[in-house]
Design a protein around this ligand. Structure first.
Ligand code: PLP
Length: 404
């Protein structure tokens, strides 16, 4: 373990301590598996928070990267490039929206959506200057910029980072009446996750999305659906809001859009919203670069060609059923959709962290979220046999005395 400790100590010495990682140092990976610096093999059941839905180093996506690197990776938006248009066309045709706007990280996509909504509010809805309001949900996670943490309900996200950006209101998640009451003439948008990932895989009540869509439509309020974690097959549909057959006004995408290789994000909307942006309103040096476009196209192709959403649907049910059969006094609840699965332990057992470390020792990588929930989000290429293997190991850990 000397190598492992050396790498961890080095990162701790030279890096800011803004994370608390599981003590494993990964060196390489392929598909659903990764290898650490000691040569030990692990089943990756986090997939970089769903950024690796296609599996590590998918050959088609790696090839797209190599080909484009050998042509031209970066041009900036000062010039056109011959890849961005096809990438955006593919995104629009896949999702049924009229326009896409490319950025890099998820937080940037969310910022883009908020800017689009505010400007739409002033230009189209004719909200009085400076008065636009956006409603968000408690326990949301939309990223880490100052404006995004301004509507976080997590104390740690806001404390010591103020003053916060005004113009946001927070209401309980899953409560359609609360949304109806929170809307006023200045409300321009409601932003939500179809399933709250960071909050611990929280699934809203059945019918919530449909009601939210009705209420926002009736009040001329944009519905922004943050599909950064839930998108691209994770929950058993291409996008999680499709489980309730609704059409949001703006969708934010990220994570798996980069195929596990590169940060790529985007927002999708129709012209009615997207046309509010004029040159100079918004942009990014790297957004829509040819390398991102080539990788993004391959990442989308893999999801579609390999039927990864259907796979997630089928294997997710199989995984959740298997987990539910584990008989343990420590487990409070198993919940999930597709291969986005949470296992919550009872509060009296303190923290799920020691369980994640025990699973690491058995060769299974996962991570606790909000102390009590273990999030299982493997690559969508995972096989039934690998799921069986995971369940056996989870069973083993829960058969031990976890209070030790
Ligand atoms: C990860 C995530 C983000 C932020 O994405 P980054 O790429 O980390 O900036 C935003 N929204 C949701 C739902 C996410 O899961």
């Amino acid at each position: 373990m000397k190598k492992t400790l050396d790498f961890i100590n080095q990162a701790n010495k030279w890096g800011a301590h803004n994370y608390h990682p599981i003590p494993v140092v990964i060196e390489s990976g392929e598909g659903c598996w990764v290898y650490d610096v000691e040569g030990k093999k692990y089943l990756d059941m986090l997939s970089a928070y769903s950024a690796v839905n296609q599996g590590h180093r998918h050959p088609k996506i790696v090839n797209a990267l190599i080909e484009q690197v050998n042509q031209i990776p970066l041009t900036s938006r000062a010039f056109h490039n011959n890849k961005m248009g096809s990438f955006l066309m593919k995104l629009c045709q896949l999702s049924g929206y009229e326009k896409a706007l490319p950025m890099n990280t998820g937080a940037e996509a969310v910022e883009t959506a908020l800017k689009a909504a505010r400007k739409w509010g002033y230009v189209k809805k004719k909200v009085e200057a400076g008065k636009a309001e956006i409603i968000a949900c408690s326990n949301n996670f939309h990223g880490r910029t100052i404006s995004i943490v301004s509507f976080s309900s997590e104390d740690q996200h806001q404390n010591d980072f103020g003053p916060v950006t005004p113009g946001f209101k927070v209401i309980p998640y899953g409560d359609a009446d609360a949304l109806e009451h929170a809307i006023n003439e200045n409300t321009v948008a409601f932003i939500m996750e179809p399933i709250q990932g960071e909050a611990g895989i929280i699934i809203p009540p059945e019918g919530y999305l449909k009601k939210v869509r009705e209420i926002t439509k009736k009040n001329n309020v944009l519905l922004i659906m943050d599909e950064i974690q839930t998108g691209f097959g994770r929950t058993g549909k291409l996008f999680a809001h499709q489980h309730e057959d609704i059409r949001p006004d703006i969708i934010t995408l990220g994570k798996a859009l980069g195929g596990g290789l590169y940060p790529i994000s985007a927002i999708l909307a129709d012209d009615e919203v997207m046309e509010v942006f004029t040159p100079g309103d918004h942009g990014s040096t790297f957004g829509g670069n040819p390398l991102a476009a080539a990788i993004g196209m391959a990442a989308i192709d893999v999801i579609v060609e390999e039927g990864l959403a259907e796979r997630a649907d089928e294997l997710g049910t199989y995984f959740i059923d298997g987990l539910k059969k584990i008989d343990s006094p420590y487990i409070k609840e198993i919940r999930g959709k597709g291969l986005m699965v949470g296992l919550e332990i009872k509060e009296e057992y303190g923290s799920a962290r020691p369980l994640c470390e025990k699973l690491m020792n058995l060769g299974l990588l996962c991570k606790e979220t909000h102390e009590l929930t273990i999030r299982f989000c493997p690559s969508l290429k995972i096989s039934k046999e690998e799921i069986d293997w995971a369940i056996e190991n989870i069973k083993t850990v829960f058969a031990e005395d976890i209070t030790q």
